[in-house]
Design a protein around this ligand. Structure first.
Ligand code: FA5
Length: 355
């Protein structure tokens, strides 16, 4: 063996140890790639060793060739092992950084709920739907014709003052009550085809009332109307008693007091026995034992006739109740303005319909 060959083989031994040490310690892909170039690159250690070939005879070349191949293979295998080790470690670091602690408390989203007036309206609607009434809605921007004239309140009638009105033009206004929906519905009703008329109409109404604890310039009403043959005040009383007992409790009683509305004759105001004190007298009922909840009456023959209904054949009762006032009484709210100020400290008390 020539001394040149021996020297080169010894050098390979040393390089092999050096390379193993370097490659086993490397801990980044960048350094690993640099080492790959250093050993296997075009101008690398192995390419450099190959230069000795030209100084050797055939046997020497074969021998060196074998050792160089082993060296090269060893380096490549060690590079692959190191690469796998580095990748596994990098993945571990990444996973550790991205770890989610699923035991941490989540961000709480504040859940909304339906407004207490909406809840009250829906409760009242459900009661009447259960009694066979249909729900019919009408426009909030209304014609003077339906809001007043069809309700037996011609222009200049003094009772128009009972409902101070927001006019948009001489003929168009913001409805002051839900009663115009009575006229709109009766006009279209065909008794032969549709049978008796039983409807309620919930919605917003508007009045130029100055706001105080029990008055708001915008509030709600639920109109009720039944028209059929031989409807009497007794039907109205029975219906409202059933309604009051379902809404406020079975032990409730009602009382009808004479009143005046141009669209009903006779007209009544309806009180319900105080649900707080049971009629003995307390601060809620102002010591009277009774609480007023609505206006009602027997539909005036003029109102039926104007809507095209023969008042000698048909009669009806109607009522209009204020759900805002009902909610105030039911939930002991002392000021109607609380409903419209959107203060969550107030609204949140009624989540789930409970006080
Ligand atoms: C009317 O509006 C009649 N249309 C009711 C009616 C219908 C009578 C059918 C006969 C037949 P009144 O103005 O009284 O009536 O209002 C009815 C209810 O609305 C009152 O009992 C009260 O609960 C409520 N209400 C009236 N004004 C206000 C206001 N400014 N703020 C809050 N609620 C009010």
């Amino acid at each position: 063996m020539s001394s040149k060959l021996q020297e080169t083989l010894d050098k390979i031994q040393v390089l092999m140890q050096e390379a193993s040490g370097e490659l086993e310690q490397v801990d980044s892909m960048k350094v690993l790639n640099a080492l790959r170039v250093k050993y296997t690159g075009k101008k690398g250690v192995i390419a450099d060793l190959a230069k000795v070939m030209r100084d050797l005879d055939n046997d020497g070349r074969r021998e060196l060739g074998q050792h160089m191949n082993e060296f090269k293979q060893k380096i490549e295998t060690t590079i692959e092992v190191s690469k796998a080790r580095i990748e596994a470690r990098e993945l571990e670091i990444k996973l550790a950084e991205e770890t989610l602690d699923i035991t941490l408390p989540g961000k709480k989203q504040a859940l909304g709920s339906r407004h207490i007036i909406t809840q009250t309206m829906e409760e009242i609607e459900d009661l009447f739907i259960g009694m066979g009434y249909q729900v019919i809605e009408g426009p909030e921007v209304e014609l003077d014709h339906y809001n007043f004239e069809m309700m037996n309140l011609p222009k200049g009638h003094p009772a128009r003052d009972m409902q101070d009105t927001f006019y948009i033009s001489e003929e168009v206004l913001l409805r002051t009550h839900t009663s115009p929906v009575q006229a709109r519905t009766m006009e279209k009703h065909d008794f032969e085809k549709d049978g008796p008329l039983k409807m309620i109409s919930p919605g917003k109404v508007f009045r130029r009332d100055s706001d105080d604890a029990t008055h708001s310039h915008q509030f709600h009403q639920i109109e009720g109307l039944v028209v059929d043959k031989e409807i009497t005040l007794a039907d109205l009383k029975g219906t409202l008693l059933q309604f009051a007992q379902k809404l406020f409790g079975e032990e409730r009683e009602i009382r009808l007091r004479p009143s005046y509305f141009p669209f009903t004759e006779p007209s009544v105001e309806v009180d319900v026995s105080c649900f707080k004190c049971g009629g003995k007298g307390c601060s809620v009922c102002k010591q009277t034992g009774w609480i007023e909840i609505l206006g009602a009456g027997i539909v005036h023959p003029n109102v039926l006739e104007m809507a095209g209904i023969d008042s000698t054949k048909y009669s009806g009762f109607a009522f209009g109740l204020g759900p805002d006032r009902v909610a105030m009484l039911k939930y002991n709210v002392d000021d109607i303005r609380h409903f419209y100020q959107n203060d969550l400290r107030f609204s949140d008390q009624f989540k789930g319909g409970q006080n």
